[in-house]
Design a binder for this molecule. Structure first.
Ligand code: SF4
Length: 266
């Protein structure tokens, strides 16, 4: 990001709060793929992990691992542009400063999106965390809009397990449990409950064939769309490694699983 100061960020954050800029986006390569399946998806691009903290934001990925931060999709495609980085930080600062106003605006945008999408004959769906892991926000919004499909990826496994124990996960929220280099034991435990699908990054080239199973769990190609609620619970969405050379180099240290790993079956 070119040199910006807190003042620029703050001015931009105010535009999200006063409604002069939309908070949500439908223009994301991955969620656009859902349209061929009859769904239209809208999501929020927050700044991942602690990227926004020095500008007045908060850590948006409580359980991020060192290597997932380095290999995160913030380092891939259009996400790497400084304009996108700046907007993500300002959005996160807006959410941190005025959560009530922010959520109120979010609510209005989701409401309008649902009406607009259904008018076009498509089924609306929402992904609160396109580049973050704010599980409580996703959980709250899914409960509020109970007639709409929500989807999210998360590494907050202990929090999700607690919600599962209390039976308080909204049925319209499809959660993907993301594997990292630090959460194998918890990941495997929650996958055994068969309630959610898993997400695993493989060190394989774009377009290459994906394995049949991972540690005995059926695999599907997670790159074909983002309509993950169609992924059977207990199975794994396999995502091929992406991003800049540096992001891939970091991910290969343990976040992206090598093709040769013994847990894959071909
Ligand atoms: S990979 Fe997920 S959890 Fe990790 S930093 Fe990126 S958005 Fe956050």
């Amino acid at each position: 990001m070119r040199k910006r100061n807190k003042k620029d960020i703050l001015a931009h954050a105010m535009r999200y709060l006063n409604g002069s800029l939309p908070i949500m986006t439908e223009n994301n390569h991955k969620i656009i793929l859902n349209e061929k399946l009859g769904f239209k998806t809208i999501g929020v691009n927050f700044a991942p992990a602690s990227r926004s903290v020095r500008f007045g934001g908060v850590n948006m990925c409580k359980d991020a691992s060192p290597l997932c931060i380095g290999g995160c999709l913030q380092h891939s495609g259009h996400n790497v542009y400084s304009k996108s980085d700046f907007a993500r930080i300002a959005r996160t600062v807006a959410f941190t400063m005025e959560p009530t106003t922010f959520v109120d605006r979010l609510r209005k945008e989701i409401d309008r999106f649902i009406k607009r999408t259904r008018k076009k004959g498509l089924e609306p769906s929402v992904r609160i965390n396109l580049l973050s892991d704010a599980t409580t926000l996703a959980w709250n919004m899914a409960r509020e809009f109970s007639n709409v499909q929500f989807v999210d990826y998360t590494k907050e496994i202990l929090g999700v397990e607690k919600l599962m124990d209390y039976g308080s996960v909204p049925s319209n929220l499809s959660w993907g449990i993301s594997l990292s280099e630090t959460n194998w034991k918890e990941w495997r435990r929650v996958m055994d409950r068969g309630m959610y699908w898993g997400a695993v990054v493989i060190d394989a080239k774009k377009g290459s064939a994906i394995p049949q199973s991972f540690d005995g769990l059926d695999c599907i190609d997670g790159d074909l769309s983002d309509a993950r609620w169609l992924t059977p619970p207990g199975s794994v969405a396999v995502l091929r490694i992406k991003g800049t050379k540096e992001a891939k180099r970091i991910a290969r240290k343990g976040f992206a699983i090598p093709k040769e790993d013994h847990r894959w079956t071909y």
